[in-house]
Design a protein around this ligand. Structure first.
Ligand SMILES: Nc1ncnc2c1ncn2[C@@H]1O[C@H](COP(=O)(O)OP(=O)(O)OP(=O)(O)O)[C@@H](O)[C@H]1O
Ligand SMILES: [Mg+2]
Length: 228
């Protein structure tokens, strides 16, 4: 795989199950070493602390409250704890979690837990967000709701985002560009840039130009062997 992502760009990656999407995100995050090749961020291989990876499971610490989970962000980014807590409260507000700061993860819904995980990613201060099917396990309404949070957080905090998803609507609603991978071993076989206006709304999925993009992605996915 060989591709360039511009700073501040929102890129989605789709492709057949097992083609290596999660592996690629882990390599980007520095959690796995590639057999060949390199990852450069701003021309340098050093990217420690600049990236945050949000896995499909929200990976919250069950023994910590919402506030403590979220405050793990600024703690890791090096701010002192009082300022960190204030920042954390502001971000909890932004993600509609005010009033739940003392709850434990088990007492929250799946969508709320993913919002805590997003809040933590925002607070960590990472400029690069790697999102691995973050909403795959959620129902359609909750997913739509969270897509709006991601979209707004992206606009407000201006990170560079790579989102892995199986949901073509999600890819087109959130991203500027969609990369399509072939079956294993994954290769980028197509890229579709969209010029759908922002802010994007769920109704846009019914627009003819949206359907045209979706059709194009499906054709590439057919070619990729995703439906074989
Ligand atoms: N190019 C590759 N080279 C070596 N191993 C690969 C490659 N692509 C995938 N694999 C292996 O295939 C397995 C599945 O890969 P991975 O979990 O990244 O797939 P995925 O695209 O995220 O699938 P899913 O959509 O089901 O989550 C892993 O064990 C991974 O090590
Ligand atoms: Mg995966």
């Amino acid at each position: 795989m060989d591709f360039v992502i511009e700073g501040g760009e929102f890129v989605a990656l789709i492709g057949p199950s097992g083609c290596g999407k999660s592996t690629l995100l882990n390599i980007l995050a520095g959690l796995e070493e590639p057999d060949h090749g390199e990852v450069l961020v701003g021309g340098s291989g050093d990217r420690l602390g600049q990236l945050t990876l949000m896995p499909q499971s929200d990976a919250l610490l069950p023994w910590r409250t919402v506030l403590e989970n979220v405050a793990a962000g600024p703690a890791m980014a090096g701010s002192n704890s009082e300022a960190g807590q204030q920042q954390a409260m502001a971000v909890l507000e932004e993600f509609g979690l005010r009033g739940f700061e003392d709850h434990y993860p088990h007492a929250l819904s799946g969508g709320m837990r993913q919002r805590v995980a997003l809040a933590r990613a925002v607070l960590g201060g990472a400029r690069y967000w790697l999102l691995d099917e973050p909403f795959g396990a959620l129902d359609a309404f909750t997913r739509t709701h969270l897509q709006r949070f991601v979209s707004e957080a992206w606009r407000r905090h201006e990170p560079t985002v790579v989102l892995v998803t199986h949901d073509l609507d999600e890819a087109l609603l959130l991203a500027d560009r969609v990369l399509v991978s072939s079956n294993r071993p994954g290769r980028i076989i197509a890229q579709v840039s969209t010029d759908l206006p922002r802010p994007r709304t769920p109704e846009m999925t019914t627009y003819p130009e949206f359907a045209a993009y979706k059709r194009e992605l499906m054709e590439h996915l057919f070619a990729s062997g995703a439906f074989a």
